[in-house]
Design a protein around this ligand. Structure first.
Ligand SMILES: Cc1cc2nc3c(=O)[nH]c(=O)nc-3n(C[C@H](O)[C@H](O)[C@H](O)COP(=O)(O)OP(=O)(O)OC[C@H]3O[C@@H](n4cnc5c(N)ncnc54)[C@H](O)[C@@H]3O)c2cc1C
Length: 376
């Protein structure tokens, strides 16, 4: 008799859970253990900076029940290391044939970690009371999380100071043209922007900026991006290089795979909801012995005020960019290109136009043709 295959998934977030679900959907009868250090059952993170923070929706758990998955869900258990086909945890060793690493990423901190962060449900619950009239938030970092929290806080009539050492919100990802539009959006909603200046010192209720400005606030949010959660893998023999280094199909070593925010697939690490699910399906397919080719085009979204930003493709901040107004409501669509070829698009509540360009992005279509079609 052949022994039952043992699959251990570490990290009970979106990517980890999707691996387990995908294995079962593909008919795998493996014995599966899902290990996660948070006490909560897997939940969705995007609503945390939006509805959950504003208090207008309950947290969204990713599944209602676990029995039908037939997996051993071990919550509140932290993985501490990796041996030869054995995962070390705070609750003992677990042997595996396949290990899928899905430990996500953790916020970067200011020296001394004086503020709050927003990554988990507990973080959202700690921050939420500050989103109310009369409160002032000092947000360090105008990336996706910083911008979304700023928007949620203004919606709840809190004062917001948004600080970034760079010259514009999201500028490293979207480039200066779109960044300027997003800065305007926040200014129009009353956010105090402090751009091009770092933090000289910070305490829990005060930010001293490098340009001499001192901000007295009720809470500091540290939103300077995340680092992949790989500390527990030091010395494991895996290559740790901006996450767990994998091939183009998520394989990191002998029977070891990585998916989601922690995973660097062939030099690219995504921090987006959609790619976590796509990578999970690809790795589950490989484990079941029916590999599929991973050809996903990166997609992300962000809700700020009444605007849904949606990005498709892999534009670089220094790509050429043209903004055109599309659809019956003439919504802005940023079209990115390099050497005359389409690299990606970002829409402002222009989802239909964004999605229609999937094939052109995959093909690297001539941008002149794309712009002509949009104009016609
Ligand atoms: C507030 C917020 C808003 C977001 N909004 C958007 C959005 O609008 N659009 C978008 O595309 N993306 C968004 N994202 C990103 C998206 O949620 C992530 O890309 C996605 O959650 C990644 O899933 P993951 O499973 O790789 O990591 P995670 O969801 O972080 O899950 C990893 C899990 O592993 C656990 N873990 C870590 N270390 C260990 C260990 N040693 N042992 C055991 N368990 C461990 C962690 O506790 C965590 O539960 C947002 C993220 C956040 C935080």
């Amino acid at each position: 008799m052949v022994d039952q295959l043992r699959v251990v998934v570490v990290g009970a977030g979106l990517a980890g859970l999707r691996v387990v679900e995908s294995l079962r959907e593909k008919g795998s009868e493996a014995s599966i253990v899902l290990v996660g250090e948070e006490a909560h059952e897997p939940y969705d993170r995007p609503p945390l900076s939006k509805h959950v923070l504003r208090g207008d929706r309950e947290p969204m758990f990713l599944r209602e029940e676990y029995e039908s998955l037939g997996a051993d869900l071990r919550l509140g258990v932290t993985a501490t290391g990796l041996g030869d086909h054995v995962l070390r945890t705070g609750d003992g060793d677990i042997e595996f044939d396949h290990l899928v690493i899905a430990t996500g990423a953790a916020p970067r901190r200011l020296p001394g970690a004086p503020g709050l962060v927003l990554r988990t449900l507990d973080d959202a619950r700690a921050l939420s009371p500050y989103l109310s009239p009369g409160k002032t938030l000092g947000i360090v970092g105008a990336g996706l999380i910083g911008c979304e929290v700023a928007a949620s806080a203004r919606t709840k009539a809190a004062e917001v100071h948004l600080v970034d050492v760079l010259d514009g919100p999201l500028i490293r990802v979207l480039g200066p043209v779109l960044s300027a539009r997003i800065a305007d959006l926040h200014r129009e909603h009353g956010v105090h922007l402090h751009l091009g200046t770092g933090v000289a010192s910070a305490s829990s209720d005060r930010l001293a900026l490098a340009d001499g400005t001192v901000l007295d606030v009720d809470v500091v949010l540290e939103a300077m991006g995340v680092a992949p959660s790989v500390g527990w893998l030091e010395g494991s023999g895996l290559t740790l290089d901006n996450g767990v280094r994998c091939d183009a199909g998520g394989r990191a070593g002998d029977g070891v795979w990585a998916v989601g925010d922690v995973a660097n697939w062939a030099g690219v690490r995504h921090e987006h909801w959609t790619s976590a699910g796509e990578q999970a399906a690809t790795v589950a397919a490989a484990i079941t012995g029916v590999p599929v080719t991973h050809e996903a085009i990166p997609y992300w979204w962000s809700d700020q005020y009444d605007v849904k930003l949606q990005g498709l493709g892999s534009p670089a901040a220094d790509d050429d960019v043209v903004i055109v107004d599309v659809g019956p409501r003439q919504r802005p669509l940023a079209v990115y290109s390099r050497d005359g070829r389409l690299t990606g698009v970002v829409g402002f509540s222009a989802g239909a136009a964004v999605m229609k360009l999937r094939q052109e992005i995959a093909d690297g279509a001539p941008v002149a043709d794309v712009l002509a079609a949009l104009a016609g």
